[in-house]
Design a protein around this ligand. Structure first.
Ligand code: OOB
Length: 542
């Protein structure tokens, strides 16, 4: 696609103001490269280098580029075209990247759903963006077929479901297209248009409905490029992708895209157990990986009596939730590699500790913004900047931080300031050296070991229960997850057992990580002076 293409307009998308866009281009932050070109560029510069390993399968750069092309041709013949939305719902398998690049090549805008999402979330995304297609893989414990057939039957927007089926129970279905059969030879018909942005990331959310985050080729690639520099990646590096590959952290910080950019190798882990990870590190000489804190704790435990040689690992990134200093201290002695703390968000801003930072900084802080063009401020009461060392609300604006969620004018009003800063909802403290320490949160969210739960979303599902009159979902401390969730419920009739409440939520198709870990009943929910539920008081009482 050349820049002569007509850029489609999308009234639901909020671009950077032209003066900022111009500055980001002039100063070289934004370029015209498209995300899918990462693989194409490498296919010509290092064609035979291994790009991707997934189980027994592997792809060189040129093979990857060819497969992406064939998939794009197939999607096009199924009617997908520039500006169409698609919900991409795949676990850590190579087809995630194949689909992602193929869709971007067509100008189709995928919503990057997480594997843990279920009927409730998927239906919402499909309806919200008016997705033309849904791409899913068969996975245990999830009746994807019922969901897929439901989506098609509804005759809303979804016209096609592409499913990656397992060999053993392939069932012929006239409605669902076998993803393997989509790959086809032929010529791609070029598009004369380009979408306003490339794809959607998902927000951890604080409201009843999850928010969609539009990311552009320019802003995303800049964040990837800057991340590869910070992590000093070279083509000799290989990345073990343990976290769900659709998430911003393992996709772009520097994640798989960073490794494709430098011509390194991406290795997908079939599961998130440390045993699998250690075996893959030894087998492939993995040099970098990224984890959420609970997984890092498991790695630390296993390393003490593992027979695998994990010495190739040079850098372990930990982020998504606060990593305790006690655990952070143990990374180098136990795992024999450098720790990098990563404090990022799908909305944009990513902070890193640097490879040459001193031990104190790496252990006690969550790093600092990756870009000189990131503008951050820490505000106290009445939105006045606080002193260094004081706790305040973190706000950010910059070349890869969005200016608004997709089609959410009311929420944007609260989440963004007049001058375009994103209110992160994180409570932080700046150290004298300019590093950030995350100390808490003002947003109504639970961070369950890196998985984000919007309290209001779960509360809305809970009060749909016949016997639940009122509900508050709060976080409680957990030694392993950092936080776990607790639903505090009020009934005016009877109090069903916890198991029945959980069963009810599962039946509503809610992702498993959002099912409350604990259920408590109270007579009334305590209120604050302004009449909101006093969650602090509930937390203290439990
Ligand atoms: C990453 O992205 P999201 O969108 O799943 O979650 C963002 C939120 C942040 O606002 C913060 O509340 C929390 O997750 N968070 C951390 C953290 N990293 C993220 N809180 C404390 N310490 C950390 N190191 O989680 C994400 C995106 C890109 C890179 C890394 C993480």
């Amino acid at each position: 696609m050349s820049h002569y293409n007509v850029i489609q307009t999308d009234p639901n998308y909020i671009p950077w103001p032209e003066s900022f866009a111009q500055q980001y281009r002039d100063e070289g932050y934004w370029t015209d490269t498209k995300i899918q070109q990462l693989v194409e560029l490498r296919a010509s510069s290092t064609p035979t280098k291994t790009a991707l390993v997934c189980g027994e399968r592997r792809w060189s750069y040129v093979e990857l580029a060819q497969q992406v092309e064939r998939l794009a041709v197939g999607f096009q013949s199924h009617g997908l075209q520039c500006g169409d939305k698609v919900v991409l719902h795949l676990p850590n398998i190579a087809e995630f990247y194949l689909c992602f690049f193929a869709l971007l090549k067509l100008g189709v805008q995928p919503v990057l759903a997480l594997p843990a999402h279920r009927t409730s979330e998927i239906r919402y995304f499909c309806n919200f963006v008016k997705a033309k297609a849904y791409i899913v893989a068969e996975q245990g414990g999830f009746n994807w077929r019922e969901l897929a057939e439901g989506l098609l039957h509804d005759r809303q927007s979804v016209q096609k479901v592409f499913c990656l089926q397992r060999g053993d129970d392939k069932e012929p279905s006239s409605l669902i297209v076998d993803l393997q059969k989509v790959f086809s030879d032929g010529q791609l018909r070029p598009s004369k248009a380009e979408p306003a942005f490339a794809f959607f990331q998902l927000s951890g959310g604080t409201t009843g409905a999850p928010k969609l985050i539009p990311r552009t080729h320019s802003d995303y690639l800049y964040s990837v490029r800057r991340s590869t520099e910070l992590c000093e990646l070279t083509s000799d590096d290989s990345y073990l992708c343990v976290l769900p590959c659709a998430h911003n952290f393992p996709l772009s910080s520097p994640g798989a895209l960073g490794f494709f950019m430098v011509g390194g190798t991406v290795i997908l882990a079939a599961d998130a157990t440390p045993q699998t990870a250690f075996q893959l590190i030894e087998q492939h000489g993995v040099t970098v990986s990224a984890l959420v804190p609970p997984l890092a704790l498991l790695w630390l435990d296993l390393a003490k009596h593992s027979r695998f040689n994990i010495s190739p690992l040079r850098l372990l990134q930990v982020g998504g939730a606060k990593f305790s200093a006690e655990a952070a201290k143990r990374v180098r002695p136990v795992l024999g590699c450098q720790l990098q703390q990563v404090f990022g968000m799908a909305e944009g801003l990513v902070n890193y500790t640097r490879l040459n930072d001193d031990e104190q900084t790496v252990v006690y802080t969550q790093g600092r913004p990756m870009s000189d063009a990131d503008e951050i401020r820490v505000l106290g009461s009445a939105d006045k900047p606080v002193e260094v060392g004081e706790v305040g609300h973190l706000q950010v604006r910059g070349p890869y931080t969005i200016r608004g969620y997709y089609a959410a004018p009311e929420h944007n009003h609260q989440a963004f300031t007049q001058d375009g800063f994103y209110r992160t909802g994180d409570l932080v403290r700046l150290t004298p050296s300019g590093n950030i320490e995350v100390v808490g949160r003002s947003k109504d969210q639970i961070n369950r070991g890196g998985e984000k739960i919007a309290a209001e979303e779960v509360e809305n599902h809970l009060i749909a229960h016949l016997h639940v009159h009122d509900a508050a979902v709060i976080s409680l401390p957990d030694p392993y997850l950092g936080e776990r969730s607790c639903a505090v419920l009020v009934s005016q009739t009877e109090r069903p057992k916890a198991i029945e409440i959980k069963r009810f939520l599962r039946a509503r198709g809610l992702a498993e990580f959002k099912i409350p870990d604990r259920i408590e009943w109270v007579d009334t929910l305590p209120k604050t002076a302004v009449g909101k539920v006093n969650k602090k008081q509930l937390q203290m009482a439990l």
